[in-house]
Design a protein around this ligand. Structure first.
Ligand SMILES: NC(=O)c1ccc[n+]([C@@H]2O[C@H](COP(=O)([O-])OP(=O)(O)OC[C@H]3O[C@@H](n4cnc5c(N)ncnc54)[C@H](O)[C@@H]3O)[C@@H](O)[C@H]2O)c1
Length: 295
């Protein structure tokens, strides 16, 4: 059993806290917003309760036992005794850098910092700390309790010991890992963000509707979800920020975000978490409706 600090209780932090608490770890869950922490606990209770339906074959768990392992806080000082941090705050460089500088002075020097970013280089994050050898990319897929693979990113200074420690931690919660080198977007998002952005341009140019684009990917290529439903699941605000990071880091306009993506984010239609993105989720399931801001 380890003490895991989880920073950020949004889409990713909620799933990461659940994953570690379900496997018997003590979790300290940090966010700046108490309302988001309350929502995270409600969501974890709901998902654990539905576990046997969502994950057939896996043992059912008692939601209260899982919740009892999670301590919520808005105070970074509560992470003073953790063994391992998994950071999932907003994909915004000043926000992440400020938090790493603060936590570097709070968390034990031996603690490893796992960076769950979509695109920011791990070596850049490590530069905000005095422990660059103990900073490693832990790109966890969404939803964290369900996806079997973690992309582990070795920054310039990440030590072999930190990589081994990280692989052991994730294997212990049932995840497989692939270790890759450092690059903006790593392997997965350097490719995936281009794909989802190009799919958005197809809708923007009225070549096809969002539902048609997704159906083609599902039925021609056998993908479980099309690129626009995937973008909705990630969160369109996070997709936009990730494309901006890729554009800035590579200085390559091929990553310029589609104007339709910006418009949806400005309208608050950030995808599944908002009930509306490229698809509508008001009934709990995508129906492939056109968002009004698209026309
Ligand atoms: N959504 C995905 O599918 C996905 C997948 C892998 C990685 N990521 C990465 O994970 C990170 C979080 O993404 P998300 O989708 O969960 O975003 P989100 O917007 O749902 O959640 C971010 C949370 O961070 C909190 N936060 C902001 N500043 C904070 C601070 N200083 N201290 C503590 N909490 C703070 C916010 O209140 C919010 O609850 C991003 O870096 C993103 O790129 C996202």
């Amino acid at each position: 059993m380890r003490r895991i600090g989880v920073a950020g209780a949004g889409t990713m932090g909620t799933g990461v806290a659940q994953l570690f608490a379900e496997h018997g770890h003590q979790v300290v869950l940090l966010d700046i917003d108490p309302g988001i922490l309350d929502r995270a606990l409600r969501e974890i209770a709901r998902t654990v309760r539905l576990g046997p339906l969502i994950r057939p074959g896996l043992p059912g768990r008692d939601p209260q036992e899982v919740l009892d392992r999670i301590t919520c806080t808005t105070e970074p000082g509560a992470l003073a005794e953790i063994d391992y941090l998994i950071e999932n705050v907003t994909e915004d460089w000043p926000t992440k850098c400020r938090l790493y500088r603060r936590l570097d002075g709070i968390c034990p020097p031996s603690a490893v910092f796992g960076v769950n970013t979509s695109a920011i280089p791990i070596t850049k994050v490590a530069g905000c700390t005095g422990r660059p050898d103990r900073v490693v990319g832990t790109h966890i897929m969404n939803p964290a309790p369900l996806k079997p693979m973690v992309e582990v990113i070795r920054g310039t200074h990440t030590s072999a010991e930190t990589i081994e420690h990280t692989l052991g931690l994730f294997r212990g919660v049932g995840k497989d890992c692939v270790v890759v080198g450092d690059s903006p977007g790593f392997v997965t998002n350097r490719v995936a963000m281009l794909t989802v952005n190009e799919a958005m341009f197809l809708v923007w140019e009225q070549v096809a509707s969002a539902a048609e684009v997704d159906r083609l990917f599902q039925q021609c290529f056998g993908h479980a979800m099309g690129p626009l439903a995937t973008a909705d699941l990630i969160g369109l605000d996070t997709v936009l920020r990730s494309l901006e990071v890729l554009c800035e880091e590579f200085q390559d306009p091929k990553y310029r975000p589609c104007p339709l993506l910006r418009r949806l984010v400005y309208a608050g239609h950030t995808g599944r978490k908002a009930g509306q993105g490229f698809h509508s989720y008001e009934t709990g399931e995508p129906v492939g409706q056109k968002a009004s801001v698209m026309s």
